[in-house]
Design a protein around this ligand. Structure first.
Ligand code: PLP
Length: 391
């Protein structure tokens, strides 16, 4: 039986509503926009979720906190913030918890961009901030990644002398590629006055990337985002952090209003942080399944961008949307297409079994004589670089 769309509105109505009307735009919304109804036994590798779910320690903490669910329990959030701050060597005033990192992403963009101060991002890049910038009526400046798929920080600075917020996602969504710490430092040192650099570290635990938290500690104009949605497997529980100088956090909080964290998420997050084995174990599992998948793609002659994350871009050499639709017919839901790379689709690394089903379906789709073979050649473009795009 097809299940209903997870969105409280149809795909068509979504497309007709403005970003401003929606407020916070999230990965599950973007993933759901790109697909139709989903059968119950489908393989869902389209939203960069973690199929492992919360760790055992987090599950136990959730059960234990249920009796306290009738209270707001602000102190639990304070404990979580202190635990994180201590682990990272930060002052707790530099850490603000939110229900996921999508809210602070949205609030920061709205706080630091405007019709006079543009939003500057890599392309392909995570779209949520672009929607927020549109709501702030800011110019969105999309700058193609470098040939090694890092953010092209010099081009980003050159493209936006009016930049208000420079967004660097490392590992990047959708490519899973890293931007070196030295490049982040370069933007921080050379950006226009009054702007900030936002470093989105949603996927950092899957990678060997160097965090930008040292720049926060050094008092720079940097906001780091972290989330429990990825390696910690808590996307449905909602917990994340903005980490920045208190004056920058005040500006973000100014757009956020005063809300409370779900106690289940806070308890699970605290327990997860205190388990030293959780992150390395999950990093290892993700890397092993990703590697198996890459080896299979290599053996079968498919092209992809090597990634350090739980997602990667797969070049189908055909219009990506048609491959997505053909895969959905096989009950495997893969991620969306970015306009700058129309033949690429984003694949989330699922479980070993899910990736086997992905491989079987992908082989069938790519070898089958389906409609997309007949597309005009103009739609089938290979990897290319665009000039700086301003929307
Ligand atoms: C790059 C990036 N940042 C932030 C988020 C926000 O995640 P959440 O709101 O679940 O913390 C996501 C979700 O996929 C993401 O891909």
């Amino acid at each position: 039986m097809p299940s209903q769309s997870p969105l409280p509105f149809s795909r068509r109505s979504f497309l007709h509503l403005s970003a401003a009307a929606f407020g916070i735009v999230t990965e599950p919304m973007l993933a759901a926009m790109a697909r139709g109804p989903v059968p119950e036994d489908a393989v869902m590798i389209d939203a960069n979720e973690n199929p492992l779910g919360p760790g055992q320690c987090a599950r136990e903490a959730i059960s234990a906190i249920i009796p306290q669910g009738g209270r707001y329990s602000v102190n639990l959030t304070d404990d979580l913030v202190h635990t994180f701050a201590q682990l990272e060597g930060l002052h707790p005033d530099y850490v603000q918890a939110f229900p996921g990192s999508s809210p602070p992403l949205r609030f920061a963009v709205v706080a630091f961009t405007s019709p006079q101060r543009s939003y500057v991002t890599g392309d392909p890049g995570f779209e949520a901030g672009m929607f927020a910038a549109q709501a702030a009526e800011a110019r969105v400046v999309k700058v193609p990644l470098t040939q090694t798929y890092a953010h092209d920080v010099k081009a980003m600075l050159a493209a936006a002398p009016d930049g208000g917020l420079f967004y660097i996602c490392s590992p990047n969504n959708p490519t899973g590629t890293l931007t070196p710490h030295s490049a982040v430092e370069y933007v921080v040192e050379n950006k226009p006055q009054g702007s900030i650099v936002m470093v989105d570290e949603a996927y950092i635990h899957f990678s060997d990337a160097v965090s930008a938290l040292d720049l926060v500690k050094a008092g720079k104009d940097v906001v780091v985002l972290r989330t429990f949605s990825k390696v910690y497997g808590m996307a449905g529980l909602r917990c994340g952090f903005a980490i920045a100088r208190p004056d920058l956090l005040d500006k973000i909080r100014g757009r956020a209003g005063w809300n409370f964290m779900p106690v289940t998420a806070v308890a699970a997050a605290s327990a997860s942080l205190k388990d030293p084995l959780l992150v390395p174990e999950r990093k290892r599992i993700n890397a092993a399944i990703r590697q198996e998948t890459f080896e299979w793609l290599d053996r079968n002659g498919y092209s992809y961008i090597p990634s350090q994350s739980n997602c990667f871009l797969l070049d189908t050499k055909r219009p990506g949307k048609q491959v997505i639709d053909a895969m959905a017919q096989q009950n495997v839901f893969i991620g969306r297409v970015w306009p700058i790379r129309p033949t690429c689709v984003r694949i989330t690394v699922g479980t070993h079994e899910e990736m086997e089903r992905f491989q079987a379906a992908f082989q069938k789709v790519m070898r089958g004589r389906t409609a997309f073979w007949l597309q005009p050649a103009s739609l089938v473009r290979g990897p290319h670089r665009h000039a700086v795009l301003v929307t």
